[in-house]
Write a protein that binds this ligand. Structure first.
Ligand SMILES: *Cc1c(COP(=O)(O)O)cnc(C)c1O
Length: 387
């Protein structure tokens, strides 16, 4: 018995699967091996200078030093609306249809507290970013997991949801371009999701945080481009990946005003909003000509081409992702996702994430994040060739 018993809620958190791999990583690092880390989805490219400069000026102004509005600066929300109009031709009312977030993880985690009652059902795709499920569980909701498999292009099959679950479901979480599979969805899929959610009275919750990280001229759609989408859904967005701002913590939720009001009510009782100076830097990012985004996408695309063609030459079956900085790699015959991750770590000093960690259908895959320079990817390929 310790000094206190943590809340039963914490027992909902699944066991940490990577303890063994973490230990191995430490042992191998201690031996002096130069580890190539393709594990974390955190951009290595710096925040573009014009954004840093804007922040520097903003932080000098004492007006930014006070409590922000929990819902965000009006000027930031107006910039988000302008950006959605320019990028997706979607109209948003900045006052009621945009909410500033302290990173979109914060919004995703808090949303179920404003929407779910205990025993509610949320539909969640899997493998997935874990926060959709954990946020739901913390709010007492039950998750109905929808597998994403290669045979269905990593899209959930809406016909597989039993009508009983569909009738009782409150929210449907989905994410395209997708982490971890790198899969993309077109507007036609979004239309089918909207129809499904309308039929069963479900809130569609789309995570679009990789919409700007796309290659070969491909431009991902917003769920809100579907006519009437705002009546039934919201979309999460983040400046983290688009502008290499993961540490800054700035994101937004847009769409249905009643859902955003429920999330806002939770937020106003928990946090006090994003630092105004960061929001001012965010305005500069959203209002910019997006040249930095194109420049960074070209770098990620070159990395993708390097790793995918290199892996294919080594005999790996891998499809180049059209978006995201992830490669979803089927593991060779005879390996599980865990044993393959251990194998490349021990034999080649390369860190990858076992797909199983993102959910059961991720078994048989590992995720590679393209967050190291091209030369390091070439070095990784050279090491893989030797094992
Ligand atoms: C990185 C990531 C996020 C988190 O974004 P923040 O704005 O940094 O909190 C959300 N969803 C997915 C799918 C991600 O990969």
């Amino acid at each position: 018995m310790g000094f206190f018993e943590p809340a039963a809620r914490l027992n909902l958190i699944p066991p940490y699967l990577f303890k063994e791999i973490d230990l191995k990583k430490e042992l191998i690092r201690a031996k002096g091996v130069d580890i190539i880390d393709l594990g974390v989805g955190d951009p290595d490219l710096p925040t573009p200078k014009f954004i840093v400069d804007t922040m520097q000026k903003a932080v000098e102004d004492p007006k930014t030093h006070r409590y922000p509005l929990y819902s965000g600066l009006s000027r930031f929300r107006e910039a988000v609306a302008r950006w959605y109009k320019r990028r997706f031709d979607v109209d948003l009312d900045p006052e009621s249809e945009v909410l500033t977030l302290i990173g979109c993880k914060e919004g995703i985690a808090h949303l179920p507290l404003g929407v779910n009652n205990p025993e509610d059902i949320n539909l969640v795709t899997t493998p997935a970013y874990p926060v959709y499920r954990m946020g739901s569980l913390f709010a007492g909701a039950v998750c109905f997991m929808m597998p994403l498999v290669a045979e269905n292009d990593f899209l959930p099959n809406l016909n597989d949801i039993p009508p009983i679950e569909a009738r009782d479901a409150k929210m449907f979480f989905f994410n395209y371009p997708n982490n971890p599979t790198g899969a993309t969805a077109d507007l036609d899929f979004f239309r089918r999701v909207a129809d499904f959610c309308r039929e069963y009275n479900i809130i569609a919750v789309h995570d679009a945080c990789y919409s700007e990280m796309a290659f070969d001229g491909y431009r991902p759609s917003s769920f809100l481009e579907v006519p009437g989408a705002k009546e039934i859904g919201i979309e999460f967005h983040s400046l983290s990946k688009t502008y290499s701002m993961t540490g800054w913590r700035l994101g937004m939720a847009v769409g249905n005003r009643e859902v955003l009001a429920a999330l806002g009510k939770i937020k106003s009782n928990i946090d006090s909003g994003a630092f105004d100076a960061i929001q001012l830097a965010g305005i500069a990012a959203l209002d910019s000509d997006q040249a930095s985004v194109r420049e960074y996408c070209a770098i990620y695309q070159e990395r993708r081409d390097t790793i995918v063609s290199g892996l294919q030459k080594l005999g790996y079956q891998v499809t180049p992702p059209k978006a995201t900085f992830y490669v979803w790699l089927p593991v060779p015959q005879g390996f599980t996702s865990m044993s393959f991750a251990a194998h490349v770590l021990e034999q080649a000093g390369i860190v990858v994430v076992p797909g199983f960690g993102f959910g059961e259908p991720g078994e048989g895959y590992v995720r590679l994040a393209l967050t190291v320079p091209k030369e390091r990817l070439e070095e990784a390929l050279a090491r893989l060739a030797k094992i």
